[in-house]
Design a protein around this ligand. Sequence first.
Ligand SMILES: [Zn+2]
Length: 463
Amino acid sequence: MIVYRKADVFSRRDAAYFHPIEAAPQKELAKIQEERLRAQLSYLGGASAFYRQKFASAGIRFDDIRTIADLARVPFTSKQDLRDSLKAAPPFGLHLAAPMRNIVQMQASSGTTGNPSYIAMTESDAATWQESQARGLFACGVRPGDFTLHAFSMSKGFVGGVPVFQAVQYMGAVDIPVGADGGVDRLLNACHDLKPRVVLGAPNFLIYLAEAVQQIRHHPATAFGVQRLVVGGEPGGGIPSVREKLSALWGAKVCELMGGTDIGCIFWAECDYQQGMHMVAPDYVLVELIDPESGAVLNMTDSARGELVYTALDRQASPLVRFRSGDHVVVTGTSCPCGRTGPMIRCFGRTDDMLIVRGVNVFPSAIQDIVGAMQPDTTGTVRVLADFHGHTTQKNLKILVERGYSYPVGAAADLKARIETRIRNALSIKVDAQIVAPDSFEKPGAKKVALVLRENPGLWAET
Ligand SMILES: [Zn+2]
């Protein structure tokens, strides 16, 4: 049952984690997950025409899949499968597995590759979303009794809006529902009037917000006394240069979280030890790590890299099995002093963002990381000019880099050479860097930062 606030939530204020399952021994957890997996598949056998067809065409019966290892036999569900499904049976697709009268809530994905896609929730689904997000927020340092300033987008049906609001409320904190779309002035007024202990938002937007404080209110953002920044929605929170900047600008500890609209908003979150994000909802989401090329399942051992694949457990309305998230992660560790069990991860890019430069895969966030580390010679701002069709180029990759505010214009050639060398050494790709003036690019507003430009903004000059 969906509730405003979880019972006895204040008694958990000083707990090490929000729910004991976060610290369950892996063996015990696997047992719970397998029981839930069998129950979920049995539900899908009855309720999901989409998965009945998918299993039938793969020649598998639902009750063939008894264990996590068995799951490897089930074909993946791709984003394209979902797009086709939504198109075939709008608004919630052929994979809707609950009667329409049981749908109590819907959300939309940001639709990075086209139209928004819609997902549906029953009351039970909405309750599991609240619980899993609350665990994530708690891991990131939000506590019952806190005021949290909401600086994720509140509009457009995005999961950073209403669902995050619901989870903040459920875990005993009070959301200040301004939203990135409410504008900088309102957000800063709320900071001044309500003194939130926590600010929630996209990392690049929170940098922009902190920089606006000086201009608008003539004091540094540190004067607000915010103690925690909880960031997500884009990879920046895991990029060391972005994190350090954020932390310095606000004088606050930065923790990141991650999830995905298609599965349940927030289910990865970082704890006080900041070693990577823990899976906080293993009873609702079964995670696999795969080799993105071969699709083979990889062990989540230290330093393993791959793409995350999710199977929803205990999901009624828009359930997915072996969903390829497109999130590429590295396992940063397998044990943490906080007591949470299971591997920790950082996300370094999304399949949608990946470019292939003469056969070498590269994520724009990796280029941003390198340029960001070259501050103050650069402002940390870079754009990739992908003026080619699709994701693949056989030429050097064009990038535009803002020189630092006090970096001499006359020394641009030296900066260009250093950037090109660093990127070649770190990422094994050749770039052509063009140095441009500071503040050439719009700073992030309510929108996510687009690191990749598809058209020359007029700043690229062929040499
Ligand atoms: Zn931890």
